[in-house]
Structure formats: structure tokens, C-alpha cells
Write a protein that binds this ligand. Sequence first.
Ligand SMILES: [Zn+2]
Length: 211
Amino acid sequence: MHYNIHTHHFSNNSEIVELVNQYPNEINTELPNFTVGIHPWYLNENTFLDDLAVIENTIQLPNFKAVGECGLDKRIETSIEIQKKILIPQLLLAEKYKKPVILHCVAAYQEIIEIKKELKLTIPMVIHGFSKNSQVAESLIKNGFYLSFGKYLLQNPELENVLKTIPLNQLFLETDMIDQTIFEVYSKAEHVLNINLEPIIEENYNRVFNQ
Ligand SMILES: [Zn+2]
């Protein structure tokens, strides 16, 4: 079995377990596995409380696997303060119901680490679409984050050396919005690491998303 922990597209393939990302205003609770979050790109202070209520009303469904994607993005116009105001209640909901979180993080790694410490979060937190250097990776790993690789691993050869430094029990793979399949992401990562990742990612998936 192949595990795709972040995609926006339900492929309905029996060889893939995939966490389909959904937004609160358009949830399909029939999907076998999904995540729901308020993305910093699309946050709206007027609908925010309703969106949070939608998350809390569906979060206990067994196929609701994680809160997210949600996060912080310093490359957009919305201030970090407003973004935190929307992110923190989502993290607290995840903690309350013991669900993991899928994080979108752009140039705000230190802030995310601080929030995790300040709120004393115990739930697993996965940084999706990791694309940074090994120093950033190391500090996230040290603070207990999981890192998920996909698009940038296929596009950027420098990321191969970063991948080699990630402890295997903190690793996930994803396709997000790319055209390539999760099988292609697995074979790229397996080629870089020279290892069969299927049992490793399966164990990680079960530990984080199936408890
Ligand atoms: Zn995404």
C-alpha cells in the first residue's frame, strides 16, 4: 500500500491510502480519508467562526484524519498576527480531539516551532511540502515535527541530500497539487535513500493517523 498524506485530488485507487485536503465550506464526508483546515491563503475573518464550527462538527468522524492544511505563510499580504488568530484555534481543536495537523509553512518555521512549544501541543504535526535546507529540517525534527516530501523532491536535486538526513520515523510523502502520482514520489525517494519505503511509511501512517 502507498500512503499519500496530502493531496487535493481523490484518485479512488485501491492501492493508495490518501488524505484528501478539503476546505470547511465544501466538505464531502463520504471520502474514505480526508483532512479539513482553514488555509492561510483563503482565510476570511467573517466566516472564520463558522468554518471552525464545521471542523468541530466533523472532526470526530473516523475518516477525518487530520486538521489542515492550515499554517503560516510570510509571503502573502495577510499579517502574521491575523494568520495566527486563525491557526491557533485550529491547533487547539486538533489537540482537544487528539487529531494530527497538516501544516502549510512558508518562511515561518520559527513561529510554528514557538507556537507548538507555547501551546504545549502533544499531537503529531506534519510540515507538508518540505523544501528547505537541512538546518531548517534539523530544527523541525528536533522539535518533533514530521516532514512530508513531494513536489520539491521531484523538482530540486538539492533536496535529495536533505531527505537523507531525515529520521525515517518522521518521514511522509505526498503529491499535493502535482501531476505526478504518489508512486513516482515513492520511487524518487526510494532511489535517493536506496531503501524500500513502503513498510516504513505504512508504520508512520498507522502511528500518526490511525490511532
Ligand atoms: Zn495542498
